[in-house]
Design a protein around this ligand. Structure first.
Ligand code: B12
Length: 367
């Protein structure tokens, strides 16, 4: 084992340890990162181990992952470094979990299944929740990233759970999350949703008929209180929870996604002269950005939430700015979509709100 050479003091604070873990992670030094994690955990007795382990997960590993996101957004970390960092964080979680598993005994509080919704690749947030619930005495089936709904339902048939905990970190997965929520409930399993994708205070999860918890601690409290098993009324169509879907705007945008992206690309080329000099790679990236924009627009239409889209456009503007692309290059894209979607009042309202975000300076932005 590489000795954690930077660790010299028995009483190193968590702030120092976090900084050291960060450095190990961005240096792709997984051995050192795991050693630091073990060092931080120390040798607690069985009674203190769950709390100590939880602290490592939430106060060391999670903040490092969030910092990875910030540094990637600021273009100070490459995509490869971000991938490596996530793999190392997962190793650190395993180190903590394995250590705890040797000590944890006692009766199970019950069984839960933890899964990411279909299309959701952010596995680590769900993994942290799964490990914390295990530390607190729950038997957990952790299914990982991007679990197709039919396989999730099949799993619940085979292994009955007190609840299924669904994680969604990014809004494009909201339609799939809704399908999963209603399918699990229709099969009689209560659903507890979590993750940033469900919006502030989980507002989208609540409208989709799920319970919502901000974190593992809140989830534990709700599970302890007991979730009601859904009855026959749980079988329903999507527009029962979200009546605005009757206007078909979501379906229309989803169906015409390819044409919308193609047209936006053409319109952008015309309105944004620097694109003429773009390399093939830059053109591919631009097409990906346009794909994301239309995908987030569709998600905003699905839950009828303009803020979902405006915050994504603001985020994209910052990402582009950090990479030397002027954020105003997004305006021709929004205008292209506005022209193509003029018959869709909700889409027009959402796009107009996003246009405003780009034209009115935000707090902290130069005018
Ligand atoms: C690593 C990472 C990835 C990896 C994920 C790999 C993996 N195995 O997990 C990869 C490379 C696949 C990835 C892909 C993408 N990513 Co990413 N990613 C991240 C990053 C850096 C870390 C994620 C993480 O581990 N977070 C750590 C935990 C602790 O996060 P947490 O949300 O706070 O989790 C807690 C709570 O939410 C809650 N919780 C979560 N789930 C649940 C469930 C239940 C039931 C409960 C009760 C609670 C709960 O408890 C957790 C523990 O406390 C984040 C940055 C960030 N801030 O999270 C971006 C981030 C989430 N990604 C982002 C984006 C945009 C993407 C992509 C669209 C990028 C792209 N251009 O393709 C894709 C989307 C892929 C997809 N369809 O899922 C953005 C989202 C922005 C937005 N406005 O939507 C972020 C925020 C990056 C950023 N700085 O802007 N990503």
């Amino acid at each position: 084992m590489t000795s954690p050479s930077v660790v010299t003091d028995e009483t190193l604070s968590f702030d120092v340890l976090r900084e050291q873990l960060w450095r190990a992670v961005i240096a792709c030094d997984d051995t050192h990162a795991v050693a630091l994690t073990r060092y931080a955990l120390g040798e607690p007795g069985p009674a203190d181990l769950p709390a100590a382990a939880e602290r490592i997960l939430l106060e060391l590993i999670a903040p490092v992952q969030r910092r990875v996101g910030l540094e990637w957004a600021a273009n100070t970390l490459t995509v490869a470094q971000e991938h490596a960092a996530t793999a190392i964080s997962a190793r650190c979680v395993t180190a903590v979990a394995d250590r705890a598993a040797r000590t944890l005994t006692g009766p199970s509080r019950g069984r839960v299944t933890v899964a990411c919704v279909e299309g959701e690749w952010h596995a680590l947030p769900a993994r942290l929740v799964a490990e914390i619930l295990r530390l607190r005495g729950w038997t957990v089936d952790y299914l990982g990233a991007q679990v197709p709904t039919e396989h999730l339902v099949a799993h619940l048939h085979a292994r009955v759970a007190d609840a299924v905990l669904l994680s969604c970190s990014t809004p494009p997965q909201l339609p799939a999350a809704h399908t999963a929520i209603s399918a699990c409930q229709a099969g009689g399993t209560p659903v507890l949703a979590g993750g940033a994708g469900f919006g502030p205070q989980g507002r989208h999860a609540l409208r989709m008929g799920a319970e919502w918890a901000a974190d593992a601690d809140a989830a534990h409290t709700l599970l302890e209180a007991g979730l009601d098993r859904p009855g026959a009324s749980a079988v329903r169509l999507a527009n029962h929870d979200l009546p605005h879907l009757d206007d078909q705007e979501y379906t229309a945008v989803k169906r015409s996604k390819r044409q919308l992206i193609k047209q936006a690309f053409v319109d952008l080329e015309e309105a944004f002269p620097p694109m003429a000099a773009y390399s093939a790679v830059q053109r591919d990236r631009t097409a990906e950005d346009l794909d994301h924009i239309v995908t987030y627009l569709a998600a905003a239409l699905y839950v009828d939430d303009a803020e979902l889209f405006t915050s994504f456009v603001a985020w994209t503007a910052d990402i582009l700015g950090a990479r030397g692309v002027p954020p105003h290059s997004l305006l021709p894209v929004l205008d292209s979509l506005l022209r193509r979607l003029t018959d869709f009042p909700r889409a027009v309202r959402i796009l107009a709100a996003a246009r405003k975000i780009l034209t009115v300076p935000r707090p902290g932005q130069p005018a």
